[in-house]
Each structure stands twice: as structure tokens, then as C-alpha cells.
Design a protein around this ligand. Structure first.
Ligand code: ZN
Ligand code: ZN
Length: 495
């Protein structure tokens, strides 16, 4: 889909479908919607009057223009209540209305920038959200289907009446493309079944991003990891026939500038290992590399937007499988940082691979660390599928992520890391154990990771339950969400 920005009057624009909007409760549409309504002889007002359309969020109504304007059809998109309007709702409405246009068979679609005329919504941010919603909402993953749905929108025209606003709208659209295309790439990685998305393939994909966007990459394989002493990572990997990789992507700017490390859990399939998971729902465990994929996506965005900090993207990639070589409950292993770990559950493997990655990030000179992982089932219990959990040693970094998540719509909420929680992961025979039981499991997961971070400001994001979605809603479509990609990148841009 090609996205273009053009100055002009939306009423005069030629396209298969034209999108205007309406706040809930408005009886007489104004602005662009009012102008279109007038040109259509009051057809939109009539829908409102008859109670057929009320402007509720993410509801749409389609009207044939019957030749009264150059556009063939008009889609009115509901914005919900004006006092509840947010940037994220622009994304949602853009996605919903474009899917509606696609379903109607439109090849060319024109739209106004939702929210651009409202106080507090700058044209740049609004058009970025509009573009993100469009690209994310139209995403589909159909590569394994014999019969693919052929309807595609080829041209998306963003129409702005005020010519002075055009440069800002253009900037917003460009930025929106960069963010949303990266998130869709992440969705592609996560949607792949684990037989197609092995650690080796994940490495290949990271290399492709590296080459395309002029980043650097190093891949540490088993032999090097062994020499280095990354025993905890290797302990998880040894149950699998697939070779493991520690992927290190680098964005480099001024060597004097600070270095931020983004670390993402890259378990390409989590069977639970010897502490095997119940088979119900196990197919979803192909998405246990969603954190790692989000880091690759964030690196793709940052490579294009060029922040003034150096960025490391570190992804420990392996499968977690049961076999004669696999790690067993009760085993004691040594981490790269020197601490010993008693294994209680081999299904708590994410924190093990992250432990060594955290140590490695510090050795590479990270000044700030953000890790992202589908870490604990408890995160889904606590926060459902709407909000990720944040835990960290540095309140400034936590606040930065929370503020950023409010802009990106990828909600995040802080949980406490009170020292007393360490009691739950105290081991009798090692420095720490890898499971503290079901109570407060998201917190004890974070507390475990904290043991492997010295003084470096660090934040852990638990996205368990957010990596996949089983319903289409707003800009989310069934399957991989790409959760966290935009927030990671947008946060780094503010550091
Ligand atoms: Zn697990
Ligand atoms: Zn896992």
C-alpha cells in the first residue's frame, strides 16, 4: 500500500472510499464530515437522526455517494466520546475504517487526519498514529494459505485542507510508516511456526535487518558461549537439537554517547523442558520469542531514526525442549556473572537465558538496560491481555517507559520489587533458585533477574499474555501483536 499526503478539500478527492469521522453524540457533523454530509444532501445527518449510527468508537457506516462527490463511497468512522479521545484511538479508528474499506473492495482510500483539528493533538502525532493504525490494521499473515484473500488497498491518500500543516503531516506519516512496518515485521517473526522459526532462522532475520538498515551484528554460537562461561544460557539450550545463538545487534553513533541495551527473550519454542507444559495451548509457545522479535523490530526503527545514543539489541535465542540432555529440576548451574542457580522448574527458562544476557550487556558497557520477555503466566493473571508489567531498579527509566507506553498505546504498569520478595527465591544450596512458586510470580521473576544486574539502571518488561491476540480489535489482528516494539524504540529516542 502506497501512502501519500496531499493538500486539498476532501469533498473533491477522487477515490473508491473516503473516510470521515464522527464523535459519539454529535447530531450535526461539522468540519470535513459536515462538508461531506452537505455534499451528500444530508445522508450522514440522516444516519444519525435515524439512530443507525451514533459515532461509537470503532463502529463504521458506509454510504454510497451516488455520484454527488468524486469518491464512490463514504465511510463514517466512529471516534467514541470526545472527552475520552486519545492518540491510540486515532490508531484504532484508522485500522477499523481501513479494514472496512478493504472489505468493501476499495483499492484507493482517502482520509482526513482524525484528531488533527482537536486541541492537544498536533498534526504530526495524529498523522503518525493514523499511518500506524492503517498499516497495523491491514496486516495479515497468509503465507501458509493456499487460497489467499485478494482484496488489497493499493493507495491510501491522507488529505489535509490546511496547506501549512502539510510538512508536519508528511513527517508524521513517514514516522508512522517506520514504526508500523517494523511492528508488522515483528508480527511476521512471531506468527511463524517454530519449525520455521528456529534460533538459526531468527538469527538470519536479524542479519537481514542488520544489512538492510546498516547496523552491525555479532552472533555467538555454542563454542564461544562455552568458552565465555554462559553456562546458564547453554543449560537451557542443551535440551534442544537446534543450535542456540546469542545475537548482538548494534546501532552506533558517537562513541562518547551512552549505550542502551535492549534485551529480548528469544525462546523459539517453549515446551517447558522436563517440567513439561500441559499440551492444551502449547501451540502458543511458538510466540515465546516475542520479546526477542520486539527488540529486532525496535533496532529496525532506531536504525532509521538515528538516536544520539548507542544501542545494543541482545537476543538469546534457543528452544526449550525435553531430551536426554535436558536440564533437570534440582540441577545447580553457574551463571556467566558467577552466581549459582538451583533449578526448580525447567519451565522458568526465560529468566535463565536473560540472566546471562544481562551480564553480557553489562560487560559490553551498557549504561541502561531494558529487557522484554514473555516471562510469567502470572503476568496474564495479574494484568490480562491489555497491560504489560514493568519492574525495575531505576524509577526514572520505569517512568520513561510508562510515559512512552501511554503514547504508543502499548500499556505498561509497574509492579513492586520490594527486597522481601527475594525470600521466595532463596535457595538452600545455591545463590538463588529459578522459581518462587505461583504467588507474585511476575515479581519474583523480576527479582530473579535483578540478581544479575549490578548498578546499571535496569527495567524489565513482562509481556506474557500480550504477545498474541485471539480477536481482531482496533489495530490488533488475530495472531502476533508485536507488542512493545514501538514503545522500546520510542523510549530509546527520548533517552
Ligand atoms: Zn517456560
Ligand atoms: Zn518461556
Amino acid at each position: 500500500m502506497e501512502i501519500k499526503v496531499t493538500p486539498g478539500d476532501i469533498v473533491q478527492v477522487e477515490s473508491d472510499a473516503l473516510i470521515v469521522n464522527l464523535f459519539e453524540g454529535v447530531e450535526h457533523p461539522g468540519g470535513a464530515t459536515g462538508a461531506v454530509d452537505k455534499a451528500l444532501g444530508g445522508a450522514i445527518s440522516m444516519l444519525i437522526k435515524e439512530g443507525e449510527f451514533k459515532g461509537e468508537l470503532n463502529r463504521t457506516a458506509a454510504i454510497h455517494s451516488l455520484g454527488k462527490i468524486p469518491a464512490k463511497k463514504v465511510i463514517v468512522a466512529g471516534l467514541g466520546k470526545s472527552e475520552e479521545f486519545t492518540t491510540d484511538r486515532i490508531r484504532q479508528v484508522s485500522a477499523t475504517s481501513l479494514r472496512e474499506a478493504r472489505a468493501l473492495g476499495a483499492k484507493s482510500v482517502s482520509t482526513i487526519v482524525h484528531g488533527a483539528g482537536i486541541a492537544g493533538f498536533a498534526p504530526r502525532g495524529a498523522s503518525q498514529a493514523l499511518t500506524e493504525g492503517a498499516i497495523l490494521g491491514l496486516y495479515k499473515f497468509d503465507k501458509y494459505l493456499e487460497k489467499k484473500e485478494k482484496k488489497e488497498i493499493e493507495e491510501f491518500l491522507v488529505v489535509e485542507f490546511d496547506e501549512k500543516k502539510i510538512p508536519e503531516v508528511e513527517r508524521g506519516v513517514e514516522r508512522g510508516k517506520i514504526f508500523a512496518q517494523a511492528q508488522n515485521m515483528v508480527r511476521d517473526l512471531v506468527n511463524e511456526p517454530s519449525n520455521q522459526m528456529t534460533p538459526r532462522v531468527l538469527t538470519e532475520r536479524a542479519k537481514e535487518v542488520t544489512e538492510r538498515f546498516s547496523l552491525r551484528i555479532e552472533v555467538l554460537a555454542e563454542e564461544e558461549l562455552r568458552r565465555m562461561g554462559a553456562e546458564t544460557f547453554l543449560a537451557v539450550a542443551k535440551g534442544s537439537e537446534e543450535p542456540c545463538h546469542l545475537i548482538v545487534m548494534r546501532y552506533e553513533t558517537d562513541p562518547q554517547a551512552a549505550t542502551v541495551a535492549l534485551i529480548g527473550k528469544g525462546i523459539t519454542f517453549d515446551s517447558g523442558g522436563v517440567s513439561i507444559k500441559p499440551s492444551k495451548g502449547m501451540e502458543k509457545m511458538k510466540a515465546d520469542m516475542a520479546g526477542g522479535a520486539a527488540v529486532i523490530g525496535a533496532m529496525q526503527i532506531l536504525a532509521q531514526l538515528k538516536p544520539q545514543v548507542n544501542v545494543l539489541g541482545i537476543i538469546p535465542a534457543t528452544e526449550n525442549m525435553p531430551s536426554g540432555h535436558a536440564l533437570k529440576p534440582g540441577d545447580v548451574i553457574k551463571s556467566l556473572g558467577g552466581k549459582s542457580i538451583e533449578i526448580i522448574s525447567t519451565d522458568a527458562e526465560g529468566r535463565l537465558i536473560l540472566a546471562d544476557a544481562l551480564t553480557y550487556a553489562q560487560r559490553l558497557g551498557a549504561d541502561k538496560i531494558i529487557d522484554i520477555a514473555t516471562l510469567t503466566g502470572g503476568c496474564t493473571i495479574a494484568l490480562g491481555n491489555l497491560t504489560a508489567a514493568l519492574l525495575g531498579s531505576d524509577q526514572k527509566l520505569v517512568d520513561l517507559l510508562i510515559d512512552t507506553s501511554q503514547e504508543t498505546g502499548e500499556r505498561m504498569w509497574q509492579l513492586p520489587l520490594f527486597e522481601e520478595y527475594f525470600d521466595q527465591i532463596k535457595s538452600d544450596i545455591a545463590d538463588v533458585k529459578n522459581s518462587g512458586g505461583r504467588e507474585a510470580s511476575t515479581i519474583t521473576g523480576g527479582m530473579f533477574l535483578k540478581q544479575f544486574v549490578d548498578k546499571t539502571p535496569w527495567v524489565h518488561i513482562d509481556i506474557a499474555g500480550k504477545e498474541l491476540t485471539d480477536k481482531q480489535k482496533g489495530y490488533l489482528v488475530k495472531g502476533a501483536a508485536g507488542y512493545g516494539t514501538r514503545t522500546l524504540a520510542a523510549a530509546v529516542l527520548k533517552i
